[in-house]
Design a protein around this ligand. Structure first.
Ligand code: ADP
Length: 456
């Protein structure tokens, strides 16, 4: 195998492949080391929606947005503790990263957007079939086209430095052997978060224990964080671990049928049949509210018109069938019947729906001030989906500067070391808003790739 390149990238998820492609396009030779037998990471199993202010669909729909407004939303959504300089870079480059994916990587986007919780406007682009499969397939194809070498089944284990502390290579395991790789220009860490590492989760946030299921890919064990820490990198915000509010109540898997909520067309109710939180609130706020309900579950309610208009039933057909089969989702002609399936108070639910419809008529949700368009429920059939919060994104990680360089405990750059994607920290503060991760990993993946290539 090749063990020498200008740039060595660790991890072949969205950030890693964006970095590798950009480094290659900037003239560097590149090797990507991937721990799993396949590429994709958490990016692959995500919906891969991407926030991009001023995008082509917003223009078409007449939605006013700006870099500054996106910046404010990210900061506010993470309780204003994120690094402002880094967030500015994210906000400024999100649109160009989306255009790069569309025009250079040939990622197909749907012709509608989703309204993710905590954003002040609808700005999130949706890849084909609202699935990470599309961007990952296209990034992989681009890597192949450019001759970026991806070595799978090759977990990186250790960063190698010279006496001055400069990163000069990396050690990895391959077929039971330790292989040493030499990086002439630099190493880019893009190994993702640590949502699947129970011990690490508990170390930084004891509440995120084994009782909480996870949406994460098994590869998300924080390896890059551990490797970087071992050579003195600064870690930031490690205690901030996000749960996604509406996951599979049995497995913790992300559920896409529930995206009808992000289309602005569903309400969340509790066992008592009452709404208890704004449906487009931040993920941490909704998750907390769900944990405080009588049974710890939430029930997402919508009608047939919403099903058709959102298209989630068709788009995520196998998930839909599976949920119905396991009784986690019910379709019934009347509200009473649907409620009875889960033992929800039917009279209350009917009253809740009637009240919500009144708010829609008035154009104002007087209870929870739900953002976006308010669309009243009509005739049946009706749907109710049971779900729970599960571990989804780790906001903390390696501290980087706006150039995607890793910094040490004194705030100084560690030479030849870059990081991008979920492995980094400090970009989303206490809470990442939906669809900001893809923007983040693409923006900083590209910056890391370009800078590592230029670092001769
Ligand atoms: P991001 O969204 O930041 O790109 P992902 O989770 O999509 O993060 O991708 C991270 C990738 O890194 C995954 O494919 C994962 O299997 C891989 N990975 C994790 N640890 C290592 C490691 N030690 N060596 C190589 N690859 C790794």
């Amino acid at each position: 195998v090749n063990t020498e390149a200008d740039v060595i990238v660790l991890g072949a998820g969205g950030a890693g492949m964006a970095a590798a492609i950009t480094a290659k396009e900037n003239g560097a030779s590149v090797i990507v080391l991937e721990k799993m037998p396949m590429v994709g990471g958490n990016t692959l199993i995500s919906g891969a929606e991407m926030a991009a202010p001023g995008n082509w669909l917003q223009e078409k729909e007449g939605i006013t947005d700006s870099v500054e407004q996106f910046y404010e939303d990210i900061m506010k959504g993470g309780d204003n503790i994120a690094d402002p300089d880094v967030v500015h870079v994210l906000a400024e480059n999100a649109l160009s990263a989306a255009e790069w994916l569309r025009d250079d990587v040939h990622v197909q986007f749907e012709d509608y957007m989703l309204f993710f919780g905590g954003h002040s406007v609808k700005r999130s682009l949706v890849p084909l079939n609202a699935s990470g499969v599309e961007p990952i397939q296209k990034l992989k194809a681009k890597c192949e086209e450019l001759g970026v070498e991806i070595q799978t089944d090759t977990p990186a284990t250790k960063l190698i430095t010279d006496e001055a502390g400069k990163v000069i290579g990396v050690e990895a395991e391959q077929a039971g052997q330790t292989v040493t790789y030499t990086a002439h220009n630099g190493v880019i860490i893009a190994t993702g978060g640590f949502g699947s590492n129970l011990e690490m989760r508990k170390k930084y946030n004891p509440m995120m224990d084994e009782k909480i299921l996870s949406t994460n890919s098994v590869g998300s064990t924080g390896d890059g964080i551990t490797m970087a820490e071992a050579i003195g990198a600064q870690l930031v915000g490690m205690e901030w671990i996000q749960t996604y509010p509406t996951c599979d109540a049995e497995t913790g898997r992300l559920l896409y049928v529930g995206d009808v909520r992000l289309d602005g067309r569903a309400i969340l109710v509790n066992l008592e049949g009452k709404r208890f939180v704004e449906e487009l609130e931040r993920r941490d706020v909704i998750s907390k509210a769900v944990t405080e309900t009588t049974d710890g579950f939430s029930y997402l309610f919508w009608d047939e018109a919403s099903m058709v208009a959102s298209g989630v039933g068709e788009q995520h057909k196998s998930e839909y069938d599976d949920l119905i089969e396991r009784g986690m989702l019910v379709k019934a002609d009347t509200i009473e019947e649907a409620a009875a399936h889960f033992g929800i108070d039917a009279e209350n639910l009917k009253a809740t729906v009637a009240k919500y419809n009144e708010y829609c008529e008035k154009g104002k949700d007087e209870e929870f001030n739900k953002r976006g368009d308010l669309i009243a429920f009509g005739e049946g059939p009706y749907y109710i989906m049971k779900s729970i919060p599960a571990i989804h994104h780790t906001m903390g990680g390696i501290k980087i500067n706006p150039e995607a360089q890793v910094v040490n405990m004194d705030g100084q750059v560690i030479e030849n070391l870059y990081a991008a994607g979920e492995v980094t920290g400090g970009i989303h503060g206490t809470n990442r808003l939906g669809s900001d991760a893809i923007a983040d990993i693409m923006v900083f993946g590209r910056i890391a790739g370009a800078n590592a290539a230029a670092n001769q």
